[in-house]
Write a protein that binds this ligand. Structure first.
Ligand code: PHE
Length: 363
């Protein structure tokens, strides 16, 4: 009997020492396998007398059962251990702070453009959009700036390859081409209503319209381009054009509308404006508009914010209108500059560098 107890003890020890399921199966083979110790003992029964065979056989079976139950216990223990390790490795720390999505926000210049649109919207102005790749005609010629006009050199123009006389061939240097584009559409539409032709009809082309039509009141914000780059100039910048054409629109209206706009935009009813005589080929008379803050960092300084003037009769003609009946004013302002003044930003390039630390301040 002693030999059986020894075998069972040896098996228990071997199983305890097995650290992996594979180890355990190897140990099992030593005792229960084809030539394992228990199996060998079973084989030995054959040579025993019948009576002894019975008792010896029963004892071996008992030992075998003891080994099997030790094996199963160890199997279970190893499986538990493995599960435990796996749970540990895959543990989720639900108390860790999550990764946040950054909060987006409007670009400061976009905020300004929205303000401009809403203030002029409240004064009955429509908003128009136009192409950034323009033709000579709309950018210069139609605006009373013929090819050899010295005023063309005031704008350092980016020219685009492959342009023909009619094809777009430059990046617009200002939003003023939208004066012509928008007015021509407006005139076409209302002229068709008066004259009973379709807007696409050509019957009255070439003649100036002197019939009745609703006033043109529009702003045209957008990107503009000039070969220029320093702290206050960027090769791409923004402008917003304004145009008001009717039968009875005067410089007084320009002053009123623009003063009202600036005071609303800067939320400062005491803002002072100055219309300083200037020159633009497409307006006559022309003025540059300066503003002065009564208080704050910029108090007392005159700051230029726009060009403006009464629309030149040649431009009125290029809109398809009879300058004997129609008159108007136009202005062009710089939303980038308005944004700098409103928030006290001193370098225009900050707007276009894409530095999130700068931009996040306007959220
Ligand atoms: N287009 C002019 C500029 O870019 C500004 C302007 C617009 C002046 C409309 C008068 C009227 O400088």
């Amino acid at each position: 009997m002693n030999d059986l107890t020894t075998v069972v003890d040896a098996a228990r020890t071997a199983f305890e020492q097995a650290q992996t399921p594979a180890d355990l199966e190897n140990s099992k083979a030593l005792f229960l396998g084809k030539s394992g110790r228990i199996t060998e003992m079973m084989k030995g029964l054959a040579s025993l007398p019948v009576e002894e065979k019975k008792t010896r056989g029963a004892s071996i079976n008992l030992a075998k059962q003891g080994i099997e139950s030790a094996l199963n216990a160890r199997r279970q223990a190893l499986a538990d251990q493995e599960l435990q390790a796996q749970l540990q490795a895959e543990a989720l720390d639900v108390t860790l702070p999550g990764r946040q999505r950054g909060t987006g926000g409007l670009h400061p210049v976009s905020i300004t453009l929205e303000r401009i649109e809403s203030i002029f919207g409240s004064m009955g102005f429509e908003v128009a959009q136009g192409p950034e790749i323009e033709s000579d005609w709309f950018n210069f010629t139609a605006l009373n700036t013929p090819e050899d006009h010295p005023a063309r050199s005031m704008h350092d123009t980016f020219y685009v390859e492959g342009g023909s006389e009619q094809a777009p061939n430059l990046l617009r240097t200002h939003t003023s081409p939208m004066q012509i584009r928008h007015a021509v559409q407006h005139v076409k539409k209302h002229r068709a209503a008066v004259e009973g032709t379709s807007p696409e009809g050509t019957s009255s082309q070439g003649t100036l319209f002197s019939g009745a039509m609703p006033e043109i009141r529009v702003i045209a914000p957008g990107r503009t381009y000039r070969v220029d780059s320093d702290a206050t100039h960027s090769p791409m910048f923004h402008q917003c054009e304004g145009l008001w054409v009717g039968e009875n629109v005067s410089f007084k209206d320009l002053k009123y509308v623009f003063t009202d706009f600036c005071r609303t935009f800067f939320e400062n009813p005491d803002l002072v404006l100055r219309f300083r005589p200037s020159f633009f080929p497409f307006t006559e008379p022309s003025a540059e508009v300066d503003i002065q803050f009564p208080s704050g960092l910029l108090a007392g300084r005159w700051l230029e914010v726009a060009g403006s003037g009464q629309v030149h009769p040649n431009v009125i003609r290029n809109m398809g209108l009879d300058p004997e009946r129609y008159i108007g004013f136009a202005f062009g302002m710089g939303p980038d500059r308005l944004t700098m003044l409103r928030y006290g930003v001193n370098d225009l390039r900050l707007f276009f560098d894409g530095d999130i630390r700068f931009l996040a301040q306007f959220r």
